[in-house]
Design a protein around this ligand. Structure first.
Ligand SMILES: NC(=O)c1ccc[n+]([C@@H]2O[C@H](COP(=O)([O-])OP(=O)(O)OC[C@H]3O[C@@H](n4cnc5c(N)ncnc54)[C@H](O)[C@@H]3O)[C@@H](O)[C@H]2O)c1
Length: 461
């Protein structure tokens, strides 16, 4: 393809995707108290989108129905949330009987598209958890359904809302290092949080799209938002070298395992009251084993991932995701014509301390919400302009709970001040949802076919 044709087709692709989001979330802004129904009463659905909304956003939201395929978990969660709305194992029945204005989708990733599309077709708008979906076909079907129905789909990218990530966006928006030409972005999941994906439904591409989609959708969305451009090509490498079939032994679940004493990944679910109530007490209904072995032979997702991404404005990204690091954190750097921005989260030797217990609890803190602690630490962003001997160190308050403070800020944005201006574009819709997923889908295809994959090969517009 000639360069001119390449640019033309790329910008056409971007423009058509953007059209699906042009409504600027007007439907969302119009309703004061929203009648919502929620599908997927697992940990995220029952906590952030469940009990938390009931307790902290009761004036803005009324629950009219709850749905899950697991009737036991459904009942546990209805009580946990303290609501008396009807519960359903049949989504269509819930929508037709309760007539919600909005459906909140918090089910297993690969099922999101079904509920997004059914809602849109029933004239109901959607708030969906990330990832919007897990493959190109489902992505296409969502984009088509939204175009056909004119409904609204909000994709809840909470990471955008953390003060740290917002401050990085602001610096780029303010053009502090001139035109950005390349980005280095490396994300480390520790041996607790990283391993947790290999215990759960996430361990199969069929369910989660792999961590290229389930986890990296957060990172690719941040990149797309920070860089402010459309991804066009992806070249990826990856392997499963640590978990799954690589383990020296295995068992049916941690609870029943013969290798408890010798396995560094042994997790005693019986000590986690909430996990017992949500999952173990309801195993009889769906057979879902929440403390499955991280060394199951049939695990088919990657545990080492690395990609190069080219954007339509020429930016090149070097990205990697590690799933068995001693610590949890990230590093990012933006190289611009006029300087460089560096930042990082939670690198122990830069914080001056390493705490194993804290590492084990980090993910729990990330998933907790409600308490907005007074920050005692800060994140640092370094802005170093070319030919300047001094660099600027910008300190941003650090919040440990609710995804770096992103969850609370996102919900306030959504529910308390939906009419507020959005100068940095924090709100995300199907375009953002699609592009962040499609980078991961392109990475999977690149690995399978050992070649560079164009994003517009995946979704036809
Ligand atoms: N934004 C974030 O930071 C964040 C954090 C955690 C989870 N999530 C997202 O939230 C979603 C739920 O994750 P989770 O950790 O709560 O998982 P989970 O396993 O605890 O809950 C998923 C629930 O969906 C139900 N379910 C599965 N298939 C269904 C179907 N076909 N119909 C109805 N119900 C079905 C399951 O029974 C379960 O109750 C995922 O998409 C995940 O990516 C986002």
């Amino acid at each position: 393809m000639q360069r001119r044709d390449f640019l033309k087709s790329t910008s056409l692709f971007a423009a058509t995707l953007a059209a699906g989001q042009a409504s600027a979330f007007n439907l969302w802004k119009s309703a004061a108290n929203k009648r919502v129904a929620l599908v997927g009463t697992g940990v995220r659905g029952s906590s952030l989108w469940g009990k938390n909304l009931v307790e902290n956003y009761g004036e803005e939201v009324t629950f009219v129905g709850l749905c899950d395929i697991n009737p036991g978990r459904l009942e546990t969660v209805r009580e946990y949330m303290g609501v008396d709305c009807p519960t359903y194992t049949d989504f269509d029945k819930m929508v037709s009987e309760t007539r919600p204005e909005w459906v909140i989708v918090t089910t297993m990733d690969s099922t999101h598209s079904e509920f997004i599309i059914k809602s849109l077709e029933a004239g109901v708008n959607v708030i969906t958890e990330k990832p919007m979906t897990t493959d190109a076909e489902k992505c296409q079907a969502i984009l088509d359904a939204q175009k056909k129905t004119g409904g609204e789909v909000l994709v809840t990218f909470n990471y955008r809302h953390s003060p740290h990530n917002t401050a990085i966006k602001q610096l780029l928006h303010d053009d502090r290092v001139g035109k950005v030409t390349s980005v280095d972005f490396h994300w480390y999941l520790n041996v607790y949080h990283g391993a947790s994906y290999f215990r759960r439904w996430h361990a199969y591409v069929e369910n989660s799209g792999s961590l290229w989609v389930h986890k990296a959708t957060h990172h690719f969305d941040l990149l797309n938002w920070w860089v402010g451009a459309t991804p066009v090509e992806v070249t990826a490498y990856g392997a499963l070298e640590h978990y799954g079939k690589n383990g020296p032994f295995r068992g049916a679940s941690c609870r029943t395992c013969d290798h408890k004493a010798e396995c560094p990944y042994f997790w005693d679910i019986t000590k986690d009251k909430r996990a017992m109530e949500l999952y173990v007490d309801n195993e009889e209904y769906d057979g879902y084993i929440r403390d499955s072995c991280v060394f199951r032979e049939d695990i088919d997702i990657w545990d080492k991932m690395s990609a190069q991404i080219l954007y339509d404005n020429g930016v090149v990204v070097n990205y990697s995701l590690t799933t068995y690091s001693p610590y949890e954190g990230y590093r990012i750097a933006f190289n611009g014509h006029d300087g460089r921005i560096d930042s990082w989260e939670d690198i122990p030797y830069q914080r001056g301390e390493y705490n194993e217990e804290e590492q084990a609890d980090l993910h729990k803190a990330e998933m907790s919400f409600g308490k907005e602690e007074t920050p005692t630490e800060f994140h640092e962003i370094i802005v170093h302009e070319n030919f300047e001997p001094d660099f600027e160190s910008i300190k941003v308050p650090k919040y440990r709970y609710g995804h770096g403070g992103g969850d609370r800020r996102m919900l306030d944005y959504l529910f308390v001040k939906p009419d507020a201006a959005d100068p940095l574009g924090h709100m995300a819709g199907t375009r953002d949802g699609a592009l962040s997923v499609l980078i991961g889908v392109a990475a999977r295809k690149s690995l399978a076919e050992r070649r560079t994959v164009r994003i517009d090969e995946l979704v036809k517009v």
